[in-house]
Ligand binder design. Structure first.
Ligand code: SF4
Length: 350
């Protein structure tokens, strides 16, 4: 064992957080936890994990679940393709693999939504296979400690990193090793102001010795975020409103929303109140009240949404196509993107 692994294991034994998925080797539960925790803080993901495995305790219950129920359970967690992919993967395990979760890395990779990271996590933690996981925490820790100077988002940087994680792997307990490395990166070797002065690795850490903790890991590209302009229409008649399902291959697929107009440029109020969509929605009726909200900004990893909500109080409602009329008391039964849910909940000005 190297000084690097020895110290991190010691630290992990004393400092690891007590998390429910650390108490199990059930591949299904580990897969659920690892999928929920992608791009998600543990404090945010933990209540979702408990609700999810409470309702879907095994692969069979997940495979049999109606998709709307699954999306509702995922509501607010973001990256909704994770939920859709889990559903497809659960059905594949049940229908094509006899309901037995695959053990081998290559077979895990065949499941929809399971990438290198999740396959390595499940293979190592549930089945003791020596596949190193590489997530943001491990990329940062290894880049700093070993002084990887190739950008972590280039093929060369990825190869060097993968090589280092393979060299460091502990073949007698790969799951423990992977979790210790991730936890150390998450709690000690953090992105900003890492705890270097308390870190027993500092005398051999490249970044610390060279004053480069703030620079590593290096990155090549900045993510260019696309700006989108969404105009949502809340049509109300007494206690009823109109909603629609998002069915296109786009963000929030299979979630519900208010009827939406997307525009290339910011629209003036006159265009927001009168356009091809309002003509279709109003169907000749004259709204008693019309109100436009301020612009709400909603940030996703690759997109920035600038949204306005337009409220029409209508003498009557008419829904067609994929739109449905619901009572406001039923809103809780549908999964909405957080942006729309907050508006409907009245947490932004109506
Ligand atoms: S010394 Fe600092 S940068 Fe190096 S491994 Fe420890 S916490 Fe990370």
């Amino acid at each position: 064992m190297t000084h690097f692994t020895h110290y991190i294991y010691q630290w992990y034994d004393q400092n690891q957080r007590a998390l429910p998925w650390r108490l199990t080797r059930d591949p299904y539960l580990i897969w659920v936890a690892e999928t929920i925790l992608q791009q998600t803080r543990i404090s945010q993901g933990l209540p979702y994990y408990h609700r999810f495995v409470g309702r879907f305790p095994d692969i069979h219950s997940l495979a049999a679940a109606p998709e709307d129920e699954l999306m509702k359970m995922w509501e607010g967690l973001g990256y909704y393709s994770r939920a859709r992919n889990m559903h497809a993967a659960a059905r594949m395990v049940v229908n094509e693999m006899g309901g037995i979760f695959p053990q081998e890395y290559e077979n895990l990779r065949r499941l929809k939504g399971v990438g290198n990271y999740t396959a390595a996590a499940v293979a190592s933690i549930a089945f003791g296979k020596p596949y190193p996981v590489i997530d943001g925490n491990i990329t940062r820790l290894f880049s700093r400690y070993f002084g990887i100077l190739e950008p972590a988002d280039t093929p060369k940087g990825k190869n060097t990193l993968a090589g280092k994680t393979r060299e460091a792997m502990n073949h007698s307990d790969p799951g423990y090793h992977n979790q210790a490395m991730m936890e150390f990166g998450a709690l000690c070797c953090v992105p900003k102001n890492p705890s270097c002065h308390d870190c027993l690795l500092k005398d051999s850490c490249f970044a610390f010795l060279n004053g480069m903790t703030g620079l590593l890991p290096l990155k090549n590209k900045k993510i260019a975020r696309r700006i989108r302009r969404f105009y949502f229409y809340l049509l109300e008649n007494k206690e009823n409103i109109i909603i629609e399902k998002r069915e296109n291959a786009d963000i929030w697929r299979n979630l519900y929303q208010l009827p939406l107009l997307e525009a290339e440029e910011d629209l003036a109020d006159a265009a927001i109140l009168s356009n091809y969509l309002t003509r279709e929605l109003l169907a000749g009726e004259k709204p008693a009240v019309q109100k436009i909200s301020n612009t709400l900004r909603h940030e996703l990893t690759h997109q920035i949404i600038r949204a306005k909500f337009v409220r029409f109080k209508m003498p009557k409602l008419k829904a067609s196509g994929n739109r449905i009329i619901i009572n406001k008391k039923e809103i809780h039964k549908f999964a909405f993107p957080v942006l729309v849910r907050n508006y409907l909940a009245g947490t932004v000005d109506k």
